[in-house]
Design a protein around this ligand. Structure first.
Ligand SMILES: C[S@@+](CC[C@H](N)C(=O)[O-])C[C@H]1O[C@@H](n2cnc3c(N)ncnc32)[C@H](O)[C@@H]1O
Length: 277
């Protein structure tokens, strides 16, 4: 079926998406929105975008369908060891220094937040990097909170099963330490081992939440390649909420194509796309 999305209808969805998850869409994204939402219309047997808008906003299914709409719109591109310089910095600099100062103060807790975790490649990479320094079950309490707004990608992350091709750049000895080979529908895949899964908690969380509910500060936060979808005001509010979730010297990592405004941010620059409180 050929669906028609008028400019007025596009504006309605644009507003709804912005209010719900902060994603700021320009008119140039109209075709993308149309093709992604057309799949929902087809699945639900709805004929027009106006009817779908009513369905999302007015029906008793509100909430449930909004989750589906956000799932359809969000861009989830990610990779293991993406923007590797951040993981090199963790490996050679930040983790050794955090671990040594925590050993001294007998506070053997590490708290990390991966704030736009997508399908899990990034939090699993964080866990692998931590395990270069801390072995499972040696008295350390490591918790990685991995959140995303999309339930679809979170389910993939929780499963922790990836096509073998996605791990092609990871050294074989790292793969065998942290993944087991599995066959899924005749495709060679790898499944994350329990020691990786045990340190990660996956949760749905919307970064637009007014007040972040976390009880403890994080040693560092990864929030990479999502702020590019937000407008400058939204980015600034988010960065200031991250600031409040970090202790002194806590680090914030953002995507390499993103920047913190020098004039408005209280963070100190450390290296490209990495900042310290
Ligand atoms: C391009 S992926 C980035 C994944 C990973 N951080 C990386 O750099 O490889 C962006 C992710 O942000 C999520 N996202 C978009 N808006 C969000 C929001 N308001 N709250 C939480 N997550 C959001 C999307 O669902 C998507 O999985």
């Amino acid at each position: 079926m050929q669906y028609v999305l008028s400019n007025k209808e596009f504006e309605m969805f644009r507003g709804l998406i912005y209010d719900t998850c902060g994603i700021s869409l320009t008119l140039s994204k109209k075709e993308l929105v149309k093709s992604r939402l057309a799949k929902r219309l087809s699945t639900l047997g709805i004929d027009t975008f106006s009817d779908y808008y009513q369905y999302v906003t007015k029906s008793e299914k509100t909430g449930k369908e909004l989750v589906q709409l956000v799932d359809s719109i969000s861009t989830n591109k990610t990779d293991f060891f993406r923007e590797k310089k951040h993981f090199d910095f963790l490996d050679t600099n930040l983790l050794p220094s955090l671990i040594s100062s925590k050993e001294k103060s007998k506070n053997r807790k590490l708290r990390i937040w991966c704030a736009a975790a997508s399908s899990g490649e990034e939090p699993y990479t964080l866990a692998m990097t931590v395990f270069n320094h801390i072995k499972p079950g040696n008295g350390w309490d490591v918790k990685i909170l991995a959140t995303d707004i999309s339930t679809r990608v979170l389910q993939k992350a929780i499963n922790g099963v990836y096509d073998k091709k996605l791990l092609k750049d990871i050294p074989p000895e790292t793969i065998s330490s942290h993944f087991s080979p599995v066959l899924v529908d005749k495709t060679n895949c790898y499944k994350a081992k329990d020691h990786l899964k045990d340190v990660i908690t996956f949760r749905r969380f919307n970064l637009m939440t007014e007040k972040f509910p976390f009880k403890y500060p994080f040693d560092f936060i990864f929030c990479r390649n999502v702020m590019i979808y937000f407008d400058p005001d939204t980015q600034q509010r988010l960065v200031s909420k991250f600031y409040d979730c970090l202790p002194k010297d806590g680090h914030l990592f953002i995507g390499h194509s993103e920047t913190l405004s020098r004039s408005n941010s209280k963070f100190k620059y450390v290296l490209p796309a990495a900042y310290r409180k």
